[in-house]
Design a protein. Structure first.
Length: 129
């Protein structure tokens, strides 16, 4: 699947976001090694600390479905700034993905392509602690 197709799925996932407080809708499309695409969206809560990001929603949904080998992720947002993953999402992705894992971040204006290693150069892992 090419980046544009994966980004398109992330855009559709963002339409499902529950963002009544911020109005910032984010969607993620996680491409699994078997070709399955698992979608996630941000789910806000009145208690902001309980909000879940689109990327983690996609990863947790994939794991719940028995999928743990991933090929790429696209993240799309409603705002004008590119939606780079937060630190928690970067760390969760590093649990399952290597430094060369492709990450595409997009808005309606365009997208950026980088790797997880560029986003999280010194990840914490089980072997580290």
């Amino acid at each position: 699947m090419n980046p544009a197709e994966l980004i398109d799925q992330a855009v559709h996932a963002a339409e499902r976001a529950h963002a009544p407080y911020s109005g910032y809708r984010v969607g993620a499309a996680l491409l699994c090694e078997d070709g399955t695409v698992v979608l996630g969206c941000n789910v806000e809560n009145a208690s902001y600390g309980l909000t879940n990001c689109a990327e983690r929603t996609a990863v947790f949904s994939a794991v719940a479905a028995g999928l743990t080998r991933f090929s790429a992720i696209a993240i799309a947002a409603s705002g004008s700034e590119l939606p780079y993953p937060c630190g928690a999402c970067r760390q969760v992705l590093s649990e399952f993905c290597g430094a060369d894992f492709p990450v595409y971040v997009a808005t309606a204006a365009g997208y950026d392509s980088l790797t997880l290693g560029e986003l999280l150069p010194h990840s914490f892992g089980a072997a580290d602690g």
